[in-house]
Write a protein that binds this ligand. Structure first.
Ligand code: HEC
Length: 102
């Protein structure tokens, strides 16, 4: 009886910590899928756009949001696509991740 409780407790801990790690990196996962091919963060990524490793130090959240939803606003000739169609929770997760880059 006692040992099955221990096994259950270990299992529950493993599941909980796996969930927490996933929640932390959702924005980072989206970044790797949609942005990484053009932007370098921490030494990895493409060279088409500027490096974003410290983007939160130079751009406010509203400015980053505007850049993502309407990149042509700042530069009508930009090659960056609009991410306006990104589902809201994904956009928020992505912005949450970008805010940590400073
Ligand atoms: C096809 C390549 C491409 C993709 C994909 C792309 N970008 Fe960009 N991005 C650019 C380019 C090029 C610029 C330079 C701005 C310009 O063209 O005016 C830029 C600019 C930016 C800037 C402003 C940086 C600065 O220092 O002014 C931010 C923030 C940014 N991108 C975030 C993102 C994020 C987040 C994603 C993914 C959701 C993404 N970009 C996807 C090409 C891309």
């Amino acid at each position: 009886m006692k040992s099955s409780y221990v096994i259950f407790a270990l299992f529950a801990t493993a599941v909980l910590s796996a969930t927490a790690a996933q929640a932390e990196s959702k924005g980072e996962q989206i970044f790797k899928q949609k942005c990484n091919m053009c932007h370098v963060v921490n030494g990895k990524g493409g060279q088409i756009g500027p490096e974003l490793t410290k983007i939160a130090a130079s751009m406010k959240e509203v400015e980053i949001r505007s850049q993502l939803e309407n990149p042509k606003k700042r530069n009508p000739a930009t090659s960056m696509p609009s991410f306006k169609s990104l589902p809201k929770p994904e956009m928020e997760a992505l912005l949450g991740y970008l805010k940590t880059l400073k």
